[in-house]
Ligand binder design. Structure first.
Ligand SMILES: Nc1ncnc2c1ncn2[C@@H]1O[C@H](COP(=O)(O)OP(=O)(O)O)[C@@H](O)[C@H]1O
Ligand SMILES: O=C(CO)[C@@H](O)[C@@H](O)COP(=O)(O)O
Length: 543
């Protein structure tokens, strides 16, 4: 073994894949590289046919992920000036629930000529929200039958997760469903490309695949949901599991040629971009909540005990680190909302809008917004909800709305933190990670709105570093994730402190947010559902 061993971590985000080369002994990041996905998010038309996609669709092209292995990994090695022979292992993380319909050998169905023109044969990205009607039925039936797994998901299964998307495939594309041998998380599909064998990771199986206490939803439940769907688990989903930090296998000759890494090195079990970030932030103890803020935000926090938190995404035994209950919540749209507004309405850069918005006092714009442009993941778990900005006048400027949207996402995070605390999972430290940490105004707003000091993860590529930490454990360099996190992870404490005057002003605006939140989100006024149904009906009629 080399005197100073290295590991590689690769983070597959929504828009790009990022690779880092990391020193095992201290987590120093020696080099990195980014590859944007060639097809990005396919949400308007299918590249193969040019056919328009219905609203709420979001697909990806799996060969884009392999391109990351071919380009970002060698580029990161070159950037680090690293000798590939020093690399002990590679770890990866992915967005989730991002699903690949695959054949028995892992070939994505969209790569078969007979399915290349069928949108259902492509990867359904986490933010594909067209399965909301299926999710609604799953929830209704699970509630009626008193299914024991439902409270583990805050009482609601999301349209983003494996069963809702699986049912959508079963009902809307029976031919693609029939040809699907494995309904695979992209997190596991990429590991399959690296090792040549399929291992299902325990993290996504628990959070997105309704695997609780070793059991999936029963055949009986699935039959009642949709006759014929009862064999979904046995036929498409069930597969041997790998635990976080375990070795999934070793790098194949083919993957070694793609990446420039040595054949036979350790490949870690797949993981989710959010959960893998906790060790990068050294947040492996109860109460330390990590918010990974990018296109969306995921919140992950460990707890010593099992609690039922309304509207959480899920609680999984060992879902973040072995030995603790891992809790997840999330906001489906955060950076995506800012990007949508900046691109379509303001036509200004984030930096310019932020610069103008930062000049304002709290409340000066006279606005309050709801951050539901991509639906609400927590705590309402409803992707038929949509965005609102209240208070606009002819004097309202683009930077005012931009600031209101930044604030709305902070209110959404406060709602989640308060819901955790009320359910017996107090948040003692808020640690932020992800691309949005570069926006200092946004960070200050989060500190002010939550009234918590904000720690910032030490790495600009925290998920990729987290994957590298898992690679080090899988390679046997550390006994477990906790030990590796202690040596390789980092966070700077209390980088943003709440400003008392802002805290008071935001308390008042948060009360307005809560009123709107409950009015539109908890059934007082169902206008958003009616509009979503109408939009869906028009799109259906057109297709
Ligand atoms: N300066 C900025 N301020 C606020 N949002 C930004 C800024 N720059 C980029 N964004 C938004 O951040 C998101 C990308 O976040 P990032 O963490 O890089 O990606 P991912 O979520 O794919 O991991 C995009 O949605 C973009 O609109
Ligand atoms: O939902 C999860 C994890 O559970 C995320 O993968 C998903 O929100 C996508 O994250 P990004 O916004 O790409 O960082």
């Amino acid at each position: 073994m080399s005197a100073d061993p290295l590991v590689v971590g690769v983070d597959f985000g929504t828009l790009s894949g990022r690779a880092v080369v990391v020193r095992v002994r201290d987590g120093a990041e020696l080099g990195s590289a980014v590859t944007e996905y060639r097809h990005g998010v396919v949400d308007r038309e299918l590249p193969a046919t040019g056919r328009a996609l219905p609203p709420e669709w979001a697909l990806q092209v799996p060969s884009d992920y392999v391109d990351v292995l071919r380009t970002a990994v060698p580029a990161a090695l070159a950037d680090a000036g690293a000798d590939p022979a020093d690399v002990l292992g590679i770890g990866t993380d992915f967005t989730a629930c991002t699903m690949v319909p695959a054949t028995v050998d892992g070939t994505p169905l969209c790569e078969l000529p007979e399915f290349a023109e069928n949108p259902h044969a492509y990867v359904k990205l986490w933010r594909h929200h067209a399965a909301q009607p299926q999710a609604d039925r799953i929830n209704e039936l699970a509630r009626a039958r008193g299914e024991k797994w439902l409270p583990r998901y805050g009482g609601l299964i999301s349209s983003e997760w494996e069963f809702a998307k699986g049912l959508e495939l079963f009902e809307e594309a029976p031919d693609v469903y029939a040809a699907t041998r494995h309904w695979v998380e992209a997190a596991d599909w990429i590991v399959w490309q690296l090792t040549g064998s399929y291992v299902r990771n325990a993290c996504t199986a628990g959070y997105k695949g309704i695997l609780q206490d070793g059991q999936y939803p029963s055949r009986d439940f699935l039959r009642e949901l949709a006759p014929g769907f009862e064999s979904f688990v046995a036929d498409k989903l069930e597969h041997p599991l790998g635990q976080l930090g375990d070795r999934a296998g070793t790098l194949t000759a083919e993957a070694a040629a793609w990446t420039g890494l040595p054949e036979g090195i350790a490949v870690a079990v797949g993981n989710v971009d959010a959960h893998v970030t906790a060790p990068a932030a050294r947040a492996v103890e109860p109460g330390q909540l990590v918010a990974i803020m990018g296109t969306s935000t995921c919140h992950v926090v460990n707890g010593a005990e099992l609690r039922e938190v309304p509207g959480m995404c899920g609680v999984v035994d060992g879902g973040i680190v072995p030995g603790l209950w891992g809790y997840e919540a999330g906001q489906s749209g955060v950076g995506d909302i800012f990007g949508w507004f900046a691109g379509h309405f303001a036509r200004e850069s984030h930096d310019e809008l932020t610069r103008l918005a930062a000049r304002q006092e709290v409340g000066e714009h006279g606005l309050v917004a709801l951050d539901w442009h991509s639906g609400n993941r927590s705590v309402l778990v409803d992707h038929d909800l949509s965005g609102v900005v209240v208070g606009q006048t002819l004097a309202t400027r683009a930077e005012d709305v931009y600031r209101a949207l930044l604030e709305a996402t902070a209110f959404g995070t406060r709602k989640i933190v308060e819901t955790f605390a009320e359910a017996g999972i107090p948040v003692t430290e808020l640690i932020v990670a992800g691309g949005l940490t570069k926006n200092a105004l946004l960070m200050q707003i989060y500190a002010d709105v939550t009234n918590l000091p904000l720690s910032v993860v030490g790495s600009a590529q925290a998920p990729a570093l987290g994957s590298a930490i898992h690679a080090a454990v899988a390679a046997g360099a550390y006994p477990d994730i906790r030990a590796a996190a202690g040596a390789m992870g980092s966070a700077r404490s209390a980088v943003y402190e709440p400003v008392p005057a802002h805290v008071t002003a935001y308390d008042e605006l948060y009360a307005e947010y809560t009123t709107l939140h409950d009015y539109f989100g908890r059934g007082t006024n169902d206008v958003m559902h009616r509009l979503a149904a109408r939009r869906r009906a028009v799109a259906k009629g057109r297709s």
